[in-house]
Write a protein that binds this ligand. Structure first.
Ligand code: BGC
Length: 765
């Protein structure tokens, strides 16, 4: 979307006949440019209609369901349910018809999307509605869609192209479902494993998150064709290290930390042209992100040149008054937000009147409304909504869960699952006649992760089903020990334990539960934060008791954020981090256990040894462990970048190919990697840099490049990296971004652990 001067546009539209009523208005003419169309439309709109574009509501079906199932008192209480105590679904339709609503969210049925758009067609200017949904790893809130592995899972593939293709496939299914906008990618940097939303992110490293976020946004938005959707970079900013690990808790961060850790992934979103931003629930240095002029106006728009629109997060404008207490009422909250740069309100009544009144009172300028409306309209035109808005249900059904999407979700899971331990080569399981599969996550939809609703069983392959499908020559039994891991001793382990010794191997599937519809049993996901990061309930006891009876135990973790159980690492011979691997993920777990797929994923979050070690990230400062803990190891349980394969790789020392590097150069580094094992495999080659001496303290290492390669047994490859000179830079004491002359250590290898890296020195003069 182009940054255009509003005044020029309006004048142009006027002169070009935009206000002539007896011919097709310019804004309805697809042959006109977006600039002309937006200008023409704006020139026809009343103040009320412009404010209407800034207002979003939840889908009617949510309201209707609540209206049917809840008592009046319950309805009045719950903003979480999307119910509006002052409006019925009928009233909402009337609001659409009078041009007071510009957007909806969480419309999960094609018929409903069509119904809404037909109401919008009855409004004076017939402006289509922009419908948004949290399609963050596939359009998983919609029944029958392809569910891809969650973001944290996908990031473990370290494969930007894969992520691009996943986003593109997601976009197609979102459009087929009648929505046009996804609240994704989440480009927060996740630095606290207690936080329930780690699974929605690409992990702990700012560079990796930037790269992957860019791949997602490019895949979603493409070239704005009819299979493309609007992306939304969220949550702006710094919510990934809440003070106590709980979602939306305050965040204090220095400007240096902001510019090095929290802001780069968002800046990269602007660079690749993301169309919208969402503000974060949290406050930043005492100022709520939703009323933060510095963030939204100064950094995002003035410094970075963002020309899309910013949407609020769920009820957060209201929370400026109800929780954060920076506004004395909801009306003041609305003006604080709009004046700080927010363009659209998520969601519900109130906001419209507050903005209208405050424009009239001179508290909000009419220009702010014009700008917000213009940005939102630009998105609608870019997406082609004025040309084609209704969805043909049959066509839609053919697009969802199509064969190529199933192949893609399989590929994504195959590249993302991480093998953490494989002692004595217990895996792959060969020549086993009887295999027991058990555990709370063995045979249900928890492989789908958060932001998924129940999917048709025939579209989902659970781990147990996958094991039965893949191990055709073995007897695969499942013993149900219960699923509720939230209660301390809820798993019924007696039967499993008594029979565990009868099998050649036992696959125990444990982890967390991110399914949002299992409200009372969830242990992970949005607003489900924990004080500890061990296995909840009696999952550890289940594993320990089985292990007493049978040493051939494979622990498979299905979880949405790091979970650490040192006993399991020490004792269990094989551990697989499956993350939340999507619709067909259970099949892939089985393929890996059987050796049909060679695991290749690597962790993108460190697993702290325990919650006491938090915040632990691989890119810490040297003094972070000048003194070590006296009661626990100071190393993490599993390191960033770590993951095993069924083959082995040997690395040469890295070589710098160009000496005397100048600012306009890139540093060319190469390293030879050889597959020294007996099976083909993928390796993720990582490059880190440390500034040896600098005027401000620098991290012990920082990821600056990575590449995924495939090698046959015996094959070797020279992997070349071209690292921009700016990768050596940082913010000095004056907060200028500089590259200081001196020595740098360039490290390449298979993980962030020192023992997995080899290095070469670079001198910059
Ligand atoms: C979340 C957002 C999400 C929004 C709409 C909020 O609670 O923080 O990430 O996009 O709800 O579902």
């Amino acid at each position: 979307m182009k940054n255009i001067s509003l005044i020029v546009l309006i004048l142009f539209a006027f002169n070009s006949g935009g206000c002539t009523e007896n011919k097709t208005p310019a804004y309805l003419n697809p042959n006109e440019t977006i600039e002309v169309r937006v200008g023409d439309l704006l020139s026809r709109m009343t103040l009320e209609e412009k404010i209407g574009q800034m207002c979003q509501y939840v889908g009617l079906e949510h309201l209707r369901k609540r209206e049917k199932n809840q008592s009046k008192e319950e309805l009045e209480k719950g903003d979480q349910q999307g119910f509006y105590s002052t409006l019925t679904s009928y009233d909402v339709v009337k609001h659409i018809e009078s041009g007071k609503i510009g957007s909806f969210l969480h419309v999960t049925k094609v018929d409903e999307a069509n119904e809404l758009q037909k109401s919008a067609q009855k409004s004076r200017l017939k402006i289509p509605l922009l419908i948004g949904i949290d399609a963050i790893h596939g359009n998983a809130l919609v029944e029958g869609s392809t569910v891809f592995p969650t973001q944290l899972s996908l990031s473990s593939s370290w494969d930007n192209d894969l992520l691009y293709r996943v986003a593109k496939a997601t976009a197609k299914e979102v459009r087929a479902g009648g929505s046009h906008w996804t609240f994704s990618p989440n480009v927060e940097v996740a630095r606290d494993a207690r936080w329930g939303r780690c699974g929605e992110t690409f992990g702990e490293d700012p560079y990796l998150v930037s790269q992957m976020g860019a791949a997602f946004t490019t895949g979603y938005q493409g070239n704005w064709g009819e299979d493309n959707i609007l992306a939304c970079a969220k949550h702006f900013v710094a919510g990934g290290e809440p003070v106590n690990g709980t979602n939306a808790a305050p965040m204090d961060a220095s400007e240096r930390q902001l510019r090095e850790i929290w802001l780069p992934s968002f800046k990269e979103q602007v660079r690749v042209g993301v169309g919208s931003f969402m503000a974060a629930h949290n406050e930043l240095n005492g100022i709520p992100c939703h009323s933060n002029n510095w963030l939204m106006n100064e950094i995002l728009r003035d410094e970075w040149g963002f020309d899309g629109f910013v949407v609020s997060d769920w009820m957060d404008i209201e929370r400026l008054y109800t929780e954060q207490k920076v506004a004395k009422d909801k009306k003041e909250a609305a003006s604080l937000a709009v004046n700080a740069g927010l363009d659209m309100h998520m969601h519900g009544p109130g906001f419209f009147d507050y903005v209208l009144d405050q424009v009239k009172e001179g508290i909000i300028s009419e220009n702010s409304v014009n700008l917000a409306c213009k940005r939102i309209l630009e998105a609608k035109f870019s997406l082609g909504l004025f040309e084609s808005i209704l969805i043909e249900p049959k066509e839609s059904a053919n697009i969802l869960f199509a064969n190529e999407s199933q192949e893609l979700t399989l590929e994504a899971a195959r590249k993302s699952i991480v093998l953490l331990k494989n002692e004595s080569q217990i895996l792959p399981l060969i020549n086993k006649k009887r295999i027991l599969v058990t555990g709370p996550n063995a045979h249900n939809q928890r492989i789908l992760g958060d932001w998924s609703l129940l999917q048709p069983d025939e579209n989902v392959t659970t781990v147990y089903e996958g094991m039965s499908e893949i191990f055709t020559n073995a007897q695969v039994d499942f013993i149900d020990c219960g699923e509720n891991i939230r209660k301390p001793a809820a798993l019924e382990i007696d039967e499993v334990v008594s029979r565990a010794g009868d099998y050649d191997a036992v696959v125990v599937v444990v982890g967390s539960n991110s399914l949002r519809y299992e409200t009372k049993e969830k242990t992970c996901g949005e607003n489900i934060d924990r004080a500890s990061i061990n296995f909840m309930g009696n999952q550890l006891e289940l594993i320990q008791e089985i292990y007493k009876k049978n040493k051939q135990v494979i622990v498979v973790m299905v979880n949405g954020r790091p979970l650490s159980e040192p006993w399991v690492k020490e004792n269990i011979p094989a551990i697989i981090e499956a993350w939340e691997p999507g619709s067909l993920g259970g099949r892939v777990v089985a393929e890996i256990i059987k050796g049909e797929v060679n695991p290749s994923g690597k962790l993108t979050m460190s697993f702290p040894y325990s919650s006491g070690q938090i915040v632990y990230t691989y890119n810490h400062k040297k003094m972070h462990f000048f003194h070590e803990y006296i009661d626990e190891p100071s190393d993490p349980l599993w390191s960033f970048g770590y993951g095993l394969s069924y083959t082995s790789f040997q690395y040469s020392n890295p070589v710098i190919e160009n000496e005397n590097i100048a600012p306009e150069d890139s540093i060319r580094v190469s390293v030879k990697v050889q597959n020294t094992g007996s099976v083909a495999g993928d390796e993720i080659v990582q490059l880190y840099i440390r500034d040896n001496f600098a005027s401000v303290t620098r991290p012990v290492k920082e990821l600056k490049a990575y590449k995924r390669i495939s090698l046959k047994p015996g094959q070797s490859q020279n992997v070349s990296f071209s690292v921009p000179y700016s990768s050596l830079g940082f913010y000095n004491q004056d907060m200028d971004f500089v590259v200081e002359p001196g020595g740098f250590t360039i490290m390449t290898g298979s993980s962030s652990r020192d023992t997995d890296l080899q290095s070469v020195e670079l001198t910059v003069n």
